[in-house]
Write a protein that binds this ligand. Structure first.
Ligand code: V47
Ligand code: SF4
Length: 373
């Protein structure tokens, strides 16, 4: 790659800003999307990643529970949900069945359960409060990261509670943090076309803001690589960056690559690997107030997730059993996403990085880096 001063002028200016640890503007970000080479954005993103985390790459040991795939909404990209009218084609787990799933991990060193599913009209706030209480009663130390803003919006409106009231009840029942799903793309023109009937951008952001103010950390996602423009991606990340400036409540940003199998957007081509890596790198550069950028390997595939470690990513999602179906049903390479801790550690070491097992809040659980003699 060229030394920065030999780059075209706008790119040289941006590269100097990033190297000096300065924030880039929306216009800079658009320039990166339009003009920067993969090599340049990768180098800059890697610089930031190493400034923040050195050679460390994080993972955690978690498992998923998907209470149901019955959903009142009809997102065009979703291969997973079944409408309530066709609920006999889907699954609905009882509290006992979900507790049974938790008990399968008794004696195993998992630190987190990630609970997320469709929006089922009969699974309400009382049902989920009971579920969280049952899990905490069985295993108090297990961190519960549960339900997207889409699920909360529906649950709380149905219970006629404010977001703060609803979250307070679930926090008292055992909720520890909130995953990043449901954000998709905030821009209303795109949202209208891909997920018109669920919570809008303002609603999603308000739920995360309230959670942060109550001391509940959360994650943020962006579903990319479908019909959105570069400007829509920047608008999405700007809203996240602004909220993070105010609350500092986001743990990590997770770009989610759109997969096109068996959904109503199957005619839309998927992004290429180069586009994926450019997006990871540009997100790392733009979101200067996010400590972590995570690549979700069950969706990206393990080899590509490994590659993303050279493009600003410092976290690979945890070791899980084949308990998540969202991506396998939408055509991910990972049809049975399961990686043992050893495999994940190996994957990270192969990329010449130091594997660090973390808990949900990025406290170090185990340091798997090889000691230098
Ligand atoms: O909001 C659905 C996405 C999300 C498709 O917070 C799809 O740690 C691609 O948010 N192609 C839910 N993506 C999953 C999620 C998540 C995953 C891992 C970790 C965390 C975290 C959060 O899955 C949905 C939607 O954006 N999704 N269908 C599809 N065809
Ligand atoms: Fe329902 Fe979520 Fe699928 Fe949308 S993405 S249809 S809200 S399960």
């Amino acid at each position: 790659m060229l030394p920065f001063h030999q780059l075209p002028k706008p790119l040289a200016g941006i590269a100097e800003k990033v190297s000096a640890g300065e924030r880039i503007t929306d216009a800079d970000c658009l320039t990166l999307f339009r003009q920067a080479s993969l090599g340049l954005v990768g180098t800059l993103a890697n610089q930031i990643k190493e400034r923040l985390h050195g050679n460390k790459v994080y993972f955690n040991r978690n498992f998923h529970i998907e209470p149901t795939n019955v959903c009142v909404f009809s997102c065009q990209f979703c291969a997973y949900s079944r409408l309530y009218a066709h609920r006999e084609e889907g699954w609905e787990l009882s509290i006992e069945q979900m507790l049974h799933l938790v008990k399968r991990y008794d004696g195993k060193p998992v630190t987190e359960v990630h609970i997320v599913g469709g929006v089922h009209p009969k699974m309400d706030l009382a049902f989920f409060s009971e579920l969280l209480k049952a899990i905490k009663a069985h295993r108090p130390s297990l961190h519960i990261k549960a339900f997207t803003a889409v699920e909360y919006d529906y649950m709380f409106r149905k219970a006629k509670l404010s977001v703060q009231e609803g979250l307070t009840r679930l926090k008292e029942a055992g909720l520890d943090s909130i995953p990043g799903g449901g954000a998709e793309i905030f821009a209303p023109t795109i949202r209208q076309q891909i997920c018109a009937d669920k919570v809008d951008a303002e609603g999603w952001l308000a739920i995360h803001r309230t959670a942060h103010e109550m001391g509940l950390p959360s994650n943020a996602t962006m579903l990319y690589g479908h019909i959105e423009s570069f400007e829509d991606r920047i608008d999405h990340m700007r809203r996240l960056r602004e909220l993070q400036d105010q609350t500092h409540g986001f743990n990590t940003f997770i770009p989610l690559k759109f997969r096109n199998k068996d959904n109503d957007m199957s005619h839309v081509k998927e992004s290429t690997l180069t586009e994926d890596m450019r997006l990871y790198a540009i997100a790392r550069i733009y979101l200067d107030n996010f400590s972590h950028v995570k690549s979700y390997w069950p969706m990206l595939g393990r080899q590509n997730a490994q590659l993303s470690l050279s493009f600003g990513v410092d976290d690979i999602d945890g070791t899980i059993d084949d308990s998540t179906k969202i991506y396998s049903m939408a055509g991910s390479e990972e049809q049975h996403p399961t990686l043992s801790t050893e495999q994940l550690v190996h994957l990270i070491r192969q990329a010449k990085r130091d594997p660090i097992e973390r808990d949900t809040l990025y406290n170090v659980v185990n340091d798997f880096s090889i000691p230098v003699n």
